[in-house]
Design a protein around this ligand. Structure first.
Ligand SMILES: [Zn+2]
Length: 266
């Protein structure tokens, strides 16, 4: 019987994603840096705070974040574990509505403002159309997220960034899928005068043939699609019911592309 492994796009087994909060003007410099090195990120925005001079302007949202993900961070950034649940639902749904009017696509990602969450809020989010939400802190791990509503990054950029990046680049064994996930706030680079840290990281991590550069929702959607693959009981064929091509490896051979909407003999 065929032994099948799920792969990332192109048959890759490593993915890198970035996640930055609050939509401050320093995002301009950070996006330019990501674009220079082909790195993808997610930007979690508060649609109710756009009038603030330290934040990017609403008309800037779509062109600035082109090619990256625009995601929610609630309308006004409250510590939501202290708020009544209906208020939390409105903070999320109203943020989605406002951001979608700018982005032009469904906005389905969230990061918890002030890292604040509760089991009740986690349970509420799927009904608000949210597919994942990021918590704060660093896992120091390249493991895939087990709970999408408690998605913890590998590291904040001030926590062992270069060391973890080097360890990630050195991963060659293909029996696992690996994800490196970095989070922070772009204004921290101004406050701490350490833009060189992120410049060094992007230079080191960009342009690697074995890394899939993805936004947070790219990653989540691809993994969700891969779980919908329909394999024959003996793994002799597979049907891909999704709208995108997916990649698998069969008996540790070269990556196999399973075309969208088709059945493929293995
Ligand atoms: Zn925030």
């Amino acid at each position: 019987m065929n032994k099948v492994y799920i792969c990332f796009p192109g048959g890759k087994h490593k993915a890198l994603t970035m996640s930055y909060d609050d939509g401050r003007v320093s995002d301009r410099r950070l996006v330019a840096l990501f674009n220079q090195y082909g790195i993808k990120g997610t930007f979690h925005l508060n649609s109710g705070l756009f009038g603030d001079s330290r934040r990017i302007r609403p008309e800037e949202v779509r062109p600035l974040y082109e090619g990256h993900e625009i995601a929610c961070h609630t309308v006004t950034h409250p510590t939501i574990a202290r708020c009544p649940l209906p208020e939390v639902a409105q903070e999320v749904l109203d943020d989605r509505r406002a951001l979608e009017a700018l982005a032009g696509y469904p906005v389905r990602g969230l990061s918890y403002p002030n890292g604040s969450l509760s089991p009740e809020i986690e349970a509420l989010l799927p009904a608000c159309g949210i597919r994942y939400s990021r918590v704060v802190g660093s896992s120091d791990s390249f493991a895939l997220p087990e709970d999408p509503y408690r998605w913890q990054a590998t590291c904040h950029h001030n926590h062992r960034l270069m060391e973890l990046g080097e360890a990630f680049l050195a991963l060659h064994k293909k029996q696992y899928l690996y994800l490196m996930y970095v989070w922070g706030h772009s204004y921290e680079f101004d406050d701490q005068d350490n833009w060189s840290l992120m410049e060094d990281f992007c230079r080191m991590m960009g342009g690697q043939e074995d890394i899939w550069y993805c936004t947070n929702i790219d990653f989540m959607d691809y993994m969700d699609d891969s779980r919908r693959l329909r394999f024959a009981a003996d793994n002799s064929f597979v049907m891909n019911p999704n709208a995108r091509d997916l990649y698998i490896s069969v008996n540790d051979g070269e990556p196999v592309r399973v075309p969208a909407g088709q059945t493929l003999r293995l």
